[in-house]
Design a protein around this ligand. Structure first.
Ligand code: GZL
Length: 328
């Protein structure tokens, strides 16, 4: 008898819990008229990332009709996947992801699709067999960025009268498998291979961070005494490389040409100081662009699957004039 009473009480508790949880879910999904956006951010590894995060946090505010749930994955894919599942549990209206790497997303995106939650990709891309798993992507054209870097180098060596000189080059790569690294490395290495005077001595990831970039550059300088060019796949690794170059008594921008990517404000300061020779822009201000996509969808419109942002190439010839106009 006692077991039966306990059993029916247990059932009662279970029933109440289910009703409460369901009520909670509905409350979360209805909210107070705000569009709830879950943003699974890569991390806080670079100045670019900080500007990208700030762009989302300043766009998706209550005054604009949004509630933002922000997650910093500390550059770990498993944390991003956990965040996406958490957003699904909270029944957000939209999920935005800046995927740390291109692969390993199919399962969790299928869960978002089953939950009827649109996924928008910002910044980096995902390699998916079914592109219905995401609604739209907005970001930089990483392959073109890499190609533009080598186009600048080709023009530079001609201008400097060094076109017949063999140049020893090292490449500091971003996070291996991220679309920024994949595209930039492809554009750079294919461009270098077209000129027999360019010798790519080594390439290694500096994880898009300043400390790792400095560490890898220190090892390059020990292994290769005559480096002529460093190509860093983001500014923070370029800053680290500059510190390593100075530590061995060489002059960055003069003894060793430095080409970088992102073109954040501090990189403009370094170009004005002559420490970085060229910087290929990768605009991080995706918050307003993603908001535009959401508003179009909310109004029943359709959006382009792929949206590249406008990007320029800067160098020591135009950095000082452009610095006051820079927004990040
Ligand atoms: C590029 C972005 C890269 C930046 C780095 O869109 O994914 O990640 O180039 C950042 O600075 O860490």
């Amino acid at each position: 008898m006692k077991r039966k009473i306990i059993l029916s009480m247990g059932l009662m508790v279970l029933l109440c819990t289910m009703v409460f949880a369901n009520g909670q879910k509905e409350a979360a999904s209805q909210g107070d008229g705000l569009i709830t956006v879950g943003y699974a951010q890569v991390g806080a590894e670079s100045d670019w990332r900080t500007a990208n995060t700030e762009s989302f946090k300043s766009t998706f505010v209550e005054a604009n009709g949004y509630k933002l749930i922000f997650d910093d994955a500390q550059q770990k894919q498993e944390n991003q996947i956990k965040a996406i599942r958490n957003f699904i549990q909270q029944d957000v209206d939209y999920i935005v992801v800046a995927p740390v790497v291109e692969t390993g997303w199919e399962t969790v995106l299928k869960e978002a699709k089953e939950a009827g939650i649109p996924v928008i990709l910002s910044d980096r891309q995902m390699d998916l067999s079914d592109d219905s798993l995401y609604t739209a992507w907005v970001g930089g054209n990483f392959l073109k960025e890499g190609q533009d870097a080598i186009k600048w180098l080709n023009d530079y060596v001609k201008k400097e009268g060094r076109a017949n000189e063999e140049l020893n080059i090292v490449l500091l790569q971003g996070t291996i498998g991220s679309s920024a690294q994949v595209g930039r490395t492809k554009g750079v290495t294919e461009g270098l291979a077209k000129n027999p005077k360019y010798k790519l001595l080594a390439k290694q990831t500096g994880e898009f961070t300043q400390s790792k970039g400095q560490e890898v550059m220190e090892s390059f300088l020990k292994a290769y005494p005559d480096i002529d060019v460093v190509i860093a796949e983001n500014d923070n690794m370029a800053f680290g490389a500059i510190d390593a170059i100075k530590a061995v008594g060489k002059v960055p921008g003069e003894d060793i040409i430095i080409i970088s990517f992102d073109a954040v404000k501090e990189a403009f300061n370094r170009m004005v100081a002559g420490e970085i020779n060229c910087d290929v822009e990768c605009n991080p201000l995706h918050g307003p662009r993603v908001a535009e996509i959401i508003q179009t969808l909310e109004n029943g419109g359709t959006v382009d699957k792929i949206m590249y942002v406008k990007e320029d190439v800067f160098d020591t010839s135009n950095a000082a004039a452009m610095l006051p106009t820079r927004k990040y």
